[in-house]
Design a protein around this ligand. Sequence first.
Ligand code: NAP
Length: 482
Amino acid sequence: MVMKHPKLFIAGKWCETERSMPVVNPYDNSLIAEVPIAGARETGRAIDSARTGAEIMRAMPAHSRARILARTAELIEKHIDDFTGLIIAEAGKPRKYARIEVTRAIETVRLSSEEAKRIAGETVPMDAAPGSEKRRGFYIRVPVGVIAAITPFNFPLNLVVHKVAPAIAAGNAVILKPASKTPLTALYLAEILLDAGLPPEALNVLIGPGNTVGTALVRSRDVGMVTFTGSAGVGELLGRDCGIKKLTLELGSNSGAIVDETANLDKALERCLIGAFAYSGQVCNHTQRLIVQKDIASDFINRFLLATSRLVLGDPQQAETDIGPLIDATAQKKAQEFVDDARAGGAELLCGGRAEKTIFLPTVLSQVRPEMAVVCEETFAPIVSVETFGDFSEAIDRFNRGARSGRYRYGISAGVFTRDINRAWRAIEELDVANVYINDSATFRVDLQPYGGVKESGIGREGPRFAIEEMTEIRMVSFNLD
Ligand code: NAP
């Protein structure tokens, strides 16, 4: 264990409090660490420190911000095994996926370092407005100031750096509140950022319940922006709590894939399998729905079931493990309810459908209907439902809408497997999502792309370049030459 005595990081100091909470390994429920819980006093001190941090960062030149981030990427790479170990231990993420997360995080920080040098405005053609012929104008981008970053358990490193690194690149100070289940990776990252030369006031890390520490940050008038990744329910609360400040929300979804009869089925199968079951479906763009053309459905589903039966279940520490635990008993219970509710409504269970100790078995259901929770809500578990379609219009219709509401509430990603260029374009234009991936599963993402959701899946975009846009304000400048 790299971190023996994890502490809060406030105003440049590591500190403890009187209250603490356990961090538990989700696979065997063993205790990994006790972490201090921040109270109102610590939260207030962190906000004060971040205000100072914002002044320091605002004055720091772009090349210095870029250098700190480049050095951070190097240090994460140097400590790749430590980070991988922490993610396995506290998130229960199988080693192969934990390692990918760290590799992606290095890339996210590097991209942010590069983007730090490209933050620019543009000229505004003032003479296009009658009466302003003698004016010259341009706008610049200035940092927001203090940014509160609230993050989920499922990517304890990469989704933290997707907020912290662009915030630094843009010249802001950050107060980070990681998920209570996975705070250790974030604390280790804080150590690395300090080693890389980040001024201590530019990063404060608070640990504690979202509904106390998180709420206090969100409501603070000294915080200029809240960047949140988590569930739609909490996102909605934040929207109400935050008042008039910048807000980005990266929330959940019921993403899925369409597979038509022209597709390369081998590739579709391989990608849908990973999309369905990577990290036991605890991914916001989890491929939880498979919508398959009816002529190929039986063959495709049989092959999908065979491939599912070959997945290796077990200890996330082991290199060969594909499926590890769900994050906790509440998640297990919810997963079971999704399956039981679907079966009670007439769905057919093709495999899985129950837990073995902390592992929920990879589950496939058919004969589902759009109004079933397993289809229209986010399962966040290794549960996949299969629907079939006749012509491509039906596929799009099935993807987009729930029978009762007229429209599914979520919209992150759609994977579309087809060799038909016209269908691909129809999908791009008609699917009600923020990301359409032709010949990839819904669960695809590269870290430089604009990433987010539509409808109740979120507001705003991440990906360093796009996060920097969210984390800066446009300041218009006009010179009157008259
Ligand atoms: P969560 O329960 O919503 O928690 C996310 C964060 O919000 C945690 O740090 C949590 O603190 C905090 N929080 C909880 N209640 C709060 C409140 N009232 N005010 C302020 N903060 C509060 O989500 P999760 O279970 O950790 O993560 C899974 C969810 O995240 C899924 O829905 C998934 O789809 C979504 N997600 C979305 C994306 C995306 O990019 N769209 C990526 C990854 C995950 P505590 O931990 O202390 O409760």
